[in-house]
Write a protein that binds this ligand. Structure first.
Ligand code: ADP
Ligand code: MG
Ligand code: ZN
Length: 201
């Protein structure tokens, strides 16, 4: 007998910072809610920007979410839930422990649609945490790009910059950086500088 129960799947939304990963995640999950599907969203506790109990995009779109310490927390939460969700969203997936991969795979095998958003590269341009694994396992992969803050081209990199830094000295080689604040900005591969001693634009 052919199993005709819901076919689960893993969808990945990746790209650099400010590329609209969270917006896209919220858009997909909202549509699922409109379709009256049971949606649950998780985010790592370390990401407490804006709101502890919501995933919020840089453009202020928001959706209620459950902050968790790691994959075991999600597992516990789902086991305790009265009714199993049919759609699970995970934001900032790059911050999760490796256990998240098995958990997401098991959910999809059981018929759950899992939408995973996260940075594909860290600020040094390296594949970030569990994201490369998700990119291989997913049924669907969406790579988003940002706008380069230097030249306006399509940006695939997250540049770490000194937010309150400004250049001092008389220019040339004696330029030094003042300021300790760290921030990130999107950059294309032409304008991206490997390393951290970069002033913001
Ligand atoms: P992500 O989750 O990928 O970091 P968000 O979904 O939170 O991105 O935010 C995307 C929004 O950020 C854009 O729609 C735009 O309003 C804003 N934004 C700010 N800086 C940039 C940039 N450099 N490139 C593109 N969008 C940007
Ligand atoms: Mg985001
Ligand atoms: Zn550029």
């Amino acid at each position: 007998m052919v199993d005709r129960s819901a076919l689960g799947q893993v969808e990945v939304i990746c790209g650099p910072m400010f590329s609209g990963k969270t917006e896209e995640l919220i858009k997909r999950l909202r549509r699922a809610q409109i379709a009256r599907q049971r949606v649950v969203v998780f985010k790592p506790k370390i990401d407490d920007r804006y709101d502890e109990n919501a995933v919020v995009s840089h453009s202020s779109m928001r959706i209620e979410s459950i902050p968790v310490e790691g994959s075991a927390d999600i597992d516990r939460w789902l086991k305790r839930a009265d009714r199993a969700p049919s759609v699970v969203g995970i934001d900032e997936a790059q911050f999760f422990d490796v256990g998240i991969v098995d958990l997401v795979e098991r959910l999809a095998d059981r018929g759950v649609r899992v939408v995973v958003a996260g940075l594909d590269q860290d600020y040094l341009g390296r594949p970030f945490g569990v994201m490369p694994t998700f990119l291989c396992l997913a049924e669907s992969v969406t790579k988003q790009l940002s706008v380069c803050m230097v030249c306006g081209a399509a940006a695939s990199k997250s540049q770490r910059v000194h937010k309150d830094a400004h250049r001092t000295g008389k220019g040339g080689d004696d330029v030094i950086l003042v300021g300790a604040g760290e921030a990130y900005e999107a950059r294309c591969r032409r304008c991206y500088v490997l390393g951290t001693d970069v002033p913001s634009t």
